[in-house]
Design a protein around this ligand. Structure first.
Ligand code: C2O
Length: 545
């Protein structure tokens, strides 16, 4: 066939981890789900068949979906979910992108078990901007819950409290400690490790003992290579690194560890997950785990749990290549400025029981004090057919309605508003968006993810953003280009993008608990004049609501 065909069959499967067996929703019976490998320029035709009772939708996280917005996947944004017994074909072409991305369910908390790598190789005969690696290895982080994650989030939303945290982190689906990932390497070679953070609620530090990592790509965009002992990766982010193995025969095993970076409310899984790097030349490699115990085991040292200065330094090291082959098309002029506060607040208790959120309220999270309410039909449908009435309103505020001292003493009023509000942008608007963390209920880093675009991270800082001073320090030359950025804990980040992709595009915190509490909104980009600047008609099999 001229293009890769995939069938993702959504069905229940018994999976055992941490001695807990549970029947969970899987793709093709696998956890994590299958790896999808394609090349830049390929058209992907992926049929998703729903054999479970849950409503399903799948998102191809980081794929720009140029003129294929109907295939983006977030439920009630670009499509209604695929109902039990139904199927939907995600049909899109990968234009101008190559690198590591991932796919995941985009409805409720189903992405806790429905996710897998989406690897886009360069076009045939096109090289990486670094020496060809000996081998490529995807490493996908996740979170394992002994309980059913749909029940966990449903209960939290009902009672207004915080949901249970996960019982373990996983590397390629394995939480340890009995079965862990064993990365077998040869000495004196270079490996391309493709890291994906598919965890629900935690940013992670990762390090390999006695080895240096060279970061070469973030969110499927090449970066200027830099060396580090540890990487920081937020949910929704992907990072490619080169691992150069030692040239000699090291009769040893090297631990690799991941553990969260967390500030704020403190409702996170405080555990560590391990894997090992094992040199194939070590004689005992072929033998049992027990003889491994006789080898010296080197352990990496990870930053402290709340090491925000590490986070800042790490993100400051990321720069796009910005060369003739891979230019950084940073918008130099801005048509529209936006200033969005992101944070956690509360809603009044509206259940009959006592709510378990702060002071008897319910947790709610917001952007510019608007906690997003999911509509019952998809935004893109409503927009395309001119039926926005009763679905969404185009009045999302460009700045907070009540400005306050964002990172100082929190205001007494923690209540947020509710609504399905969007920003409507003319085609090709050049956007600057400042995302400001607030301290309403604790300062916290929020990994904000934008669908349909990559953006450039032109600035970041601590405290309150100063619109007079801070833009003077913006990097408009080689800022990193990505799809998910951590809003610094107690600070702000400024991004720019060109709204050259007509359609309805979700933006939300990739900490799933915050998304569930309402930290999400959408952009609607209007059609341009030319035929290739318009939303195309929906496919005939687009799911009905
Ligand atoms: Cu990976 Cu809307 O998310």
């Amino acid at each position: 066939s001229p293009f890769p065909l995939f069938v993702l069959s959504i069905r229940h499967q018994n999976v055992t981890r941490l001695c807990h067996k549970k029947s969970m929703v899987t793709v093709n019976g696998k956890f994590p789900g299958p790896r999808i490998v394609a090349r830049e320029g390929d058209r992907l035709v992926i049929t998703v068949v729903n054999h479970v009772q849950n409503n399903i939708s799948i998102h191809w996280h980081g794929i720009r979906q140029l003129q294929s917005g109907w295939a983006d996947g977030p439920a009630y944004v670009t499509q209604c979910p695929i109902q039990t017994g139904q199927r939907y074909v995600y049909n899109y072409t990968i234009k101008g992108q190559r690198g590591t991305l991932f796919w995941h369910a985009h409805i409720s908390w189903l992405r806790s078990t429905l996710y897998g790598p989406l690897i886009i190789l360069p076009k045939k005969n096109v090289q990486y901007p670094f020496a060809k690696p000996h081998k490529e290895v995807p490493i996908i982080f996740g979170e394992w819950f002994n309980g059913d994650t749909e029940a966990i989030i449903a209960q939290a939303l009902q009672t207004g409290g915080g949901p249970n945290v996960s019982d373990a982190y996983t590397i390629n689906g394995l939480p340890g400690p009995l079965i862990i990932v064993r990365l077998k390497v040869k000495p004196g070679k270079t490996y391309l490790l493709r890291f994906i953070n598919a965890a629900l609620n935690d940013e992670l530090f990762f390090s390999i003992a006695n080895h240096t990592l060279t970061v070469v790509e973030a969110d499927a965009v090449y970066v200027k290579p830099f060396e580090t002992d540890t990487i920081l990766i937020a949910p929704g982010q992907t990072t490619n690194v080169l691992l150069k193995t030692k040239p000699y025969f090291p009769n040893a095993t090297f631990l690799m560890l991941a553990r969260p970076y967390a500030t704020g409310l403190g409702t996170f899984d405080n555990s560590t997950v391990a894997g090992i790097v094992e040199y194939e030349t070590t004689i005992i490699t072929q033998s049992s785990n027990s003889s491994l115990k006789n080898l010296p085991l080197f352990k990496p040292v990870l930053p402290q749990l709340n090491d925000t200065s590490f986070a800042t330094n790490f993100s400051n090291k990321l720069h796009s290549l910005a060369n003739s082959q891979f230019p950084a098309n940073v918008p130099q002029k801005v048509d529209k400025h936006f200033f969005f506060t992101v944070g956690v607040g509360t809603n009044p208790c509206n259940t009959n029981q006592t709510c378990q959120g702060p002071n008897g309220t319910m947790f709610a999270a917001s952007v510019n004090n608007v906690s997003y309410t999911m509509p019952t039909t998809a935004l893109l449908q409503a927009h395309y057919f001119g039926q926005s009435n009763g679905v969404y309103t185009p009045d999302f505020p460009t700045t907070p309605l009540n400005p306050f001292n964002y990172t100082g003493t929190p205001p007494n009023n923690t209540m947020v508003g509710n609504g399905t509000k969007v920003v409507v942008l003319p085609f090709n608007t050049s956007v600057e968006l400042v995302l400001q963390d607030t301290s309403i209920l604790g300062v916290e880093s929020h990994p904000l993810h934008l669908h349909g675009f990559n953006f450039f991270v032109v600035g970041q800082g601590f405290g309150n953003y100063d619109s007079n001073k801070d833009p003077q320090n913006f990097n408009l030359v080689d800022p990193v280009e990505r799809n998910t950025v951590g809003v610094p804990s107690g600070g702000w980040v400024a991004i720019r993008f060109l709204a050259d992709n007509p359609g309805a595009w979700f933006m939300h915190c990739h900490l799933e608990v915050h998304t569930s509490w309402g930290l999400k909104m959408a952009w609607i980009v209007l059609d341009g004049k030319l035929p290739n600047q318009k939303v195309l008609p929906p496919p005939a099999d687009l799911p009905k609501c």
